[in-house]
Structures are given as structure tokens and as C-alpha cells.
Design a protein around this ligand. Structure first.
Ligand code: NAD
Length: 291
């Protein structure tokens, strides 16, 4: 029995196969779970499988994973565009679709209708209220935030967010599963942006204001924060990694839900997103990337 199976969770659906979804599928499959990766786009699923393969290869090269563990992990992942059918026999579904509240509400109502009665429904949301998502289901006690960090195979933290109605059994299961996946879970309460983005996004936003106001070039701002504050990467490079559209969506939630202008998204961030300059995933953000 693998560590993950010991938690009672054997089959997992990951809804959304983008930046986060493919990382969650990768780590879950390596830890022994059967993974059903679901997306509306067959192309996205194809790209996700290619990314998972490439990232596993990198781990094999670094001798973190054996060739046979890689092959077993890949064999545990199946891809699906029919969400209702895919979730019909899972123990847990983790949603990782774009950070748009209405989209998440719709998906959770649908997961509630099609996943088994006892299944846990988790969201990888960066900022949207778990309590509000849970209210769209008939099982709010089984709805929880499972907030992985990017890149999922590398980052240690899972922020575990309890909604108002989340019960202890659900929290314990998700904490145990996070540990079985080799992560360190930290429990926090449901508040806009939780801890991670409540603290991180104002810093990223301020760095973008500094670019807009001509305080310094992006490279210089990132260097100041790396060498001066000992951050492993600068705020603008981190924003590019997260995705500028995701950053904007999170700031909108913080601004709206907390009602404080200190979370007002920088106009330059809006401009970049409108231009399709989304960071690494589009090849250009505050820095330029070769793809
Ligand atoms: P992404 O844009 O890279 O991927 C989203 C995927 O969802 C796409 O493949 C898209 O085709 C798919 N999708 C859209 N609608 C769907 C639907 N109805 N059903 C199934 N799939 C659908 O986004 P991402 O960066 O992976 O972010 C996903 C979630 O994770 C967001 O809530 C985000 O806030 C959160 N998050 C992101 C990061 C990060 O650094 N990017 C970190 C932590 C949490």
C-alpha cells in the first residue's frame, strides 16, 4: 500500500489541467493515487501530459525519481473531457480552474451532483472564499481549500483552508493526504487571500506600481528584493511565474472583499493582462521568456 492510499483516498480527480492542475496530478500520481485529469480543452490535456512527462524526466535526471516510478506515475494518470463521468467514482476532487468565482461556483454545484456522496471537494483557489464555494453544494462540511504553491512538484507548502462549515474529518483527511504527497500542510481560516496571497499580492502590486512610476526597471526591482531582502526570486519574476491574469484576479478579490484601496490592482497590471502579456505561460510579462 502506498502512503497516499493509507489516508483512505485512492482516486483523485483534478479539474483543470493548467499550471497548477498538471503539477497536482504529477505529485499525486507519484505518491500512488489514481489521477483523473479533467479539462474542457483536449489540447490543454495533451499539453499537461507533455509537461508532466518533461518534469518527471527532470526529476529522474536529478535522481529524485527512478525510471520505473516515473513510468508507474504516468500510468496512473488518465485524461478526461467529460467531467461528470470522470468524478463519478472518486474519493476527492481538487478544482484548479481559473480564478473566477462564478466559474468555481458552477463547477462545485456540478461536482456535488456527480461525485459520490462521501467524496471530499477541494479547491486550489488562491483567494476566493471557501465558505461561499461550499454554500453552492449540499455537503459544505466536505468542502475545503487545498492551496498548492507553484511549481507544485518543487514547493513544500499546502495551505489548508477550512470554510465555516468544514468538519474535522475532512480537514484531517486533507492534512494526511498532503503529508503523504510529501508536502507540509498549514491550516488557516477562510479570509480573502488566506495568508499566502494576503501578504504576497500587495508586495507584487507595489513592485508593479514602482515599474509604472519609473522608480526602476523590472530587472532592478527584482535584484533589490533578491539581494537586499534575500528573496529567492524577485516579485516581478514571481508574478510572471504565477501568471499576471491570476495575480489580477486575486487582487480583484482582495480589493472587493476587504474593501480597502491598498489592494487596488495597479493599472499597468491591467494593461499587461489586456495585451495578453501573462508572464511565463505566454512568453512575455515583466520579463521575456523563450518557449
Ligand atoms: P491556468 O490558466 O494555467 O489553468 C486553468 C485550466 O483550467 C486551463 O487548462 C483551462 O482549460 C481549464 N478550465 C477552464 N475552465 C474549465 C472547466 N469548466 N472545467 C475544466 N477545466 C477548465 O490556471 P492556474 O494558474 O493553473 O490556476 C488554477 C487555480 O489555481 C486558480 O484558482 C489559481 O488562483 C490557483 N493557483 C494558481 C497558482 C499559480 O501560481 N498559477 C498558485 C496557487 C494557486
Amino acid at each position: 500500500m502506498t502512503k497516499a492510499e493509507g489516508t483512505g483516498i485512492r482516486t483523485l480527480a483534478v479539474i483543470g489541467s493548467g499550471t497548477m492542475g498538471n503539477g497536482i496530478a504529477h505529485v499525486a500520481a507519484l505518491s500512488g493515487l489514481q489521477v483523473k485529469l479533467v479539462d474542457v480543452s483536449a489540447d490543454a490535456l495533451e499539453r499537461a501530459l507533455a509537461t508532466i512527462g518533461k518534469n518527471l524526466d527532470r526529476q529522474v535526471k536529478k535522481e529524485q525519481v527512478t525510471e520505473s516510478a516515473k513510468a508507474e506515475a504516468l500510468a496512473r494518470i488518465s485524461t478526461h473531457t467529460d467531467r461528470a463521468a470522470a468524478v463519478s467514482d472518486v474519493d476527492l476532487a481538487i478544482e484548479a480552474v481559473p480564478e473566477i468565482a462564478e466559474l468555481k461556483y458552477e463547477i462545485f454545484a456540478d461536482l456535488d451532483a456527480h461525485a459520490p456522496e462521501g467524496a471530499i471537494l477541494a479547491s486550489n483557489t488562491s483567494s476566493i472564499s471557501i465558505t461561499e464555494i461550499a454554500a453552492r453544494t449540499s455537503r459544505p462540511e466536505k468542502v475545503i481549500g487545498m492551496h498548492f504553491m507553484n511549481p507544485v512538484p518543487v514547493m513544500q507548502l499546502v495551505e489548508v483552508i477550512r470554510g465555516l462549515a468544514t468538519d474535522d474529518a475532512t480537514t484531517h483527511a486533507v492534512v494526511a493526504l498532503s503529508e503523504a504527497m510529501g508536502k507540509t500542510p498549514v491550516e488557516v481560516n477562510d479570509f480573502p487571500g488566506f495568508v499566502s496571497n494576503r501578504v504576497l499580492m500587495p508586495m507584487i502590486n507595489e513592485a508593479i506600481f514602482a515599474v509604472m512610476e519609473g522608480v526602476a526597471e523590472p530587472e532592478a526591482i527584482d535584484t533589490v528584493m533578491k539581494l537586499g531582502m534575500n528573496h529567492p526570486m524577485g516579485p516581478l519574476a514571481l508574478a510572471d511565474l504565477i501568471g499576471l491574469d491570476t495575480c489580477l484576479n486575486i487582487l480583484e478579490v482582495l480589493h472587493r472583499e476587504l474593501g480597502d484601496d491598498r489592494y487596488r490592482p495597479c493599472p499597468l497590471l491591467r494593461k499587461y493582462v489586456a495585451a495578453g502579456w501573462l508572464g511565463r505561460k505566454s512568453g512575455r510579462g515583466f520579463h521575456v521568456y523563450s518557449r
